[in-house]
Design a protein. Structure first.
Length: 89
């Protein structure tokens, strides 16, 4: 997860991924903001995510369309690419 301002990040586990949404499991004590970027490290894509429910440690999300991080074509994807690169290295 990467904050909306691209300043902070932390790891979470994606569960129950469906078209337009997902459920995360987050580390104990980690607050999940309303809006942030969610990176799928294995798929090499990022989603603009909006929190729709919280029942810690589970969090439900609505997801925007995927952004390709391997070949970024817009500013958001270019800013997220280093986060993805660091996670796969």
């Amino acid at each position: 997860m990467v904050s909306e301002d691209f300043e902070t990040s932390f790891r979470a586990s994606m569960r129950d991924i469906a078209e337009g949404g997902a459920r995360l499991t987050v580390p104990t004590g980690q607050f999940v903001p309303v809006r942030f970027w969610l990176i799928s490290v294995t798929a090499g894509v990022a989603f603009e995510a909006t929190t729709v429910w919280r029942d810690y440690p589970a969090v439900g999300l609505a997801l925007g369309p995927p952004l390709d991080l391997a070949e970024p074509t817009n500013q958001a994807a270019r800013r997220l690419n280093p986060f993805w690169q660091a996670a796969v290295s």
